[in-house]
Design a protein around this ligand. Structure first.
Ligand code: SF4
Length: 460
C-alpha cells in the first residue's frame, strides 16, 4: 500500500510534515448560502480543530513548525489549509493567503481542503499558477457517494460536482486527495465499497479514510443523544478497513487511515482517543494485508498432489527433529496416503497457498465440508463450517501458515460459511496457544486412533 509517507519519499525524496493552518474561512454550509448548520459530522471549528489559529500565515507556519520540529529529521513541510472551506473567499484574499504560504522557504507543498462546489474558474486558474511554483494538493470532502447519505449529512452538492472538480483539477495537473468517512449512519460495507469505487473511478490521486467521530459540537451529537446513530466499534472499523484496503490501487496513496478528533470534543467512539493503540492495530492490519498480498489462495492442481504429500512428509521429519510427537508417531502418512489428497481434490476440498513471486507452494490443507469427529459437539449443526485438516506449510516459509489460515477464513466467508473449525493435539501446547491467539475457541474434544485433540471453532 502506498502511504502518504511513501508517496512523499518517492515524489519529493523526503518525508513531509503537515502544518495545519486556518485561513479564516467559513463555508457555504454555514454562512447561509447552502445552510447554517454545517455538515452533520463537522465540528464548530470546521473540522480544523488542530489548525493554528490567529495571526498571519507566516506566523501560523512558524508556530506549527515548532510542534513537529523535534520529530523532523531532514523532512520538509506541507502548508495545509485545513479549517472550513479553504477556497471560499474572494480571489484576492486567496491569492494573498496561498502566496504567503507557498513563498515560505520551508514549505514544499501547498495543500488545500475544500468542497468541489467551491472551485470556480478563477480559483482553478490561481491553483494552476501556484502549482507551477510548488506542488499544490487539493483535498475534496466527498465523504460518501451514496446520495441518501449525502443528503442526510447535509453535504450540499451532487456527486457530479465532485466528478467535474476532479477532472478540472487534473486538467491543471493538480494532485487530488479525496476524503471519505467510514461508518456514516445507515451505511454498510457495500455503501463504503461503492464510495471507494467511485473515488477510484474518478482517479483521485490520494484518499483519506476517516473514521466517523461523534463530536460534542456537531449536529451528529443530537442524533447520538436521541439514539439514532452509533459509532463503529474498533473491531468493526478494522473489519471495514480489511475489506477496503485491498481495493485501493497501487497508484493511489492512502493519506490517512484513522481520524484523530479533538479529545475534548470526542463523544464516541472513545476507543479512537487512544491514538497509539489505533495506530498499532491499523499498522498490524496493513502489514498482514501486505503479507497476504504476496500469495494466492487457490484449489490445488492434480499435478501438485505429490508436492503436497512431500510437504506433509517433511513436516513429519521436522517433528522428529524438534521433538514434537504428533504426525510422526501416529502413522500419519499411512492414515492419510497420497490417494486421500487426490480423492479430496476431486471433491474440491484441497487448497494451496501459492507464492506470487515464483509460483511455488508455501502451504496446503484440506478444507472439508463435513467432519464426523464433530458429531457429538453441540454446535455441530448450528453453524455451517469448513473443517481444516492436513494443514502444513513448507519448512522455512515463515508466516505462511498464518497467511493460509487468514485467507482460508476469508474464502470460507466468501462462500457463505459461518465458521472455520479445526483441531489441535492435546499435548501440543504451543499450537493450542497459537490457535487460541488466532481466535479459535475450544468447543469440544475428540479421539481418533492414537490422536487426542481439542476441537476449535472461529466464527467468521
Ligand atoms: S465539513 Fe466542510 S463543508 Fe461541511 S460544514 Fe464543515 S467546513 Fe463546511
Amino acid at each position: 500500500m502506498k502511504t502518504m509517507n511513501s508517496y512523499c519519499r518517492e515524489r519529493y525524496g523526503k518525508k513531509l510534515y503537515k502544518l495545519s493552518l486556518d485561513g479564516g474561512f467559513t463555508c457555504p454550509n454555514r454562512d447561509g448560502t447552502k445552510g447554517y448548520d454545517g455538515c452533520i459530522f463537522c465540528s464548530a471549528s470546521g473540522s480544523g480543530d488542530f489548525a493554528e489559529k490567529g495571526g498571519d500565515v507566516y506566523s501560523q507556519i512558524e508556530r506549527a513548525k515548532k510542534r513537529v520540529e523535534h520529530k523532523n529529521k531532514g523532512g520538509g513541510y506541507i502548508a495545509y489549509f485545513q479549517a472550513f472551506t479553504s477556497t471560499y473567499a474572494p480571489i484576492k484574499r486567496l491569492r494573498e493567503l496561498f502566496y504567503e504560504a507557498i513563498d515560505h522557504p520551508d514549505i514544499d507543498v501547498l495543500s488545500i481542503a475544500t468542497r468541489p462546489d467551491c472551485l470556480p474558474e478563477e480559483t482553478l486558474e490561481l491553483l494552476e499558477e501556484l502549482n507551477k511554483i510548488k506542488p499544490v494538493w487539493v483535498e475534496l470532502g466527498l465523504q460518501t457517494s451514496n446520495r441518501e447519505t449525502a443528503e442526510y449529512i447535509r453535504r450540499g452538492y451532487e456527486n457530479e460536482v465532485y466528478e467535474k472538480a476532479v477532472s478540472e483539477l487534473h486538467k491543471r495537473s493538480i494532485y487530488v486527495i479525496t476524503h471519505m468517512i467510514i461508518g456514516l449512519p445507515g451505511e454498510d460495507i457495500t455503501d463504503m465499497k461503492d464510495t471507494l469505487s467511485f473515488i477510484i473511478k474518478n482517479k483521485s490521486d490520494g484518499v483519506k479514510l476517516q473514521l466517523l467521530h461523534i463530536l460534542k459540537d456537531s449536529g451528529l451529537y443530537t442524533e447520538y443523544l436521541n439514539g439514532k446513530v452509533k459509532a463503529l466499534e474498533k473491531k468493526e472499523y478494522l473489519a471495514v478497513l480489511e475489506e477496503l484496503l485491498p481495493l485501493i490501487p497501487e497508484t493511489m496513496a492512502v493519506h490517512r487511515l484513522t481520524g484523530d478528533g479533538d479529545k475534548r470534543k470526542l463523544v464516541s467512539p472513545l476507543w479512537s482517543a487512544d491514538k497509539k493503540d489505533v495506530l498499532n492495530s491499523v499498522n498490524a492490519l496493513v502489514k498482514r494485508l501486505e503479507r497476504e498480498n504476496e500469495y494466492i489462495f487457490r484449489p490445488i492442481k492434480k499435478e501438485e498432489i505429490p508436492q503436497m504429500f512431500s510437504i506433509i512428509l517433511d513436516r513429519m521429519k521436522w517433528m522428529d527433529k524438534v521433538g514434537i510427537r504428533q504426525w510422526n508417531v501416529t502413522y500419519y502418512d499411512e492414515v492419510y496416503p497420497i490417494e486421500y489428497y487426490e480423492e479430496h481434490r476431486l471433491a474440491g476440498e484441497v487448497f494451496v497457498l501459492e507464492k506470487k513471486a515464483d509460483g511455488s507452494i508455501a502451504a496446503a490443507a484440506v478444507l472439508k465440508n463435513e467432519d464426523e469427529r464433530w458429531e457429538n459437539v453441540s454446535c455441530y449443526r448450528e453453524r455451517s463450517a469448513f473443517y481444516l485438516h492436513n494443514f502444513a506449510s513448507v519448512i522455512g516459509e515463515k508466516g505462511a501458515g498464518s497467511v493460509f489460515l487468514s485467507l482460508a477464513e476469508k474464502y470460507a466467508k466468501s462462500v457463505g460459511k459461518e465458521c472455520l473449525r479445526l483441531d489441535s493435539a492435546d499435548d501440543n501446547e504451543k499450537l493450542s496457544a497459537y490457535y487460541t491467539e488466532k481466535g479459535y475457541r475450544a468447543v469440544g474434544h475428540c479421539v481418533d486412533g492414537l490422536y487426542s485433540g481439542t476441537l476449535r471453532e472461529k466464527q467468521l
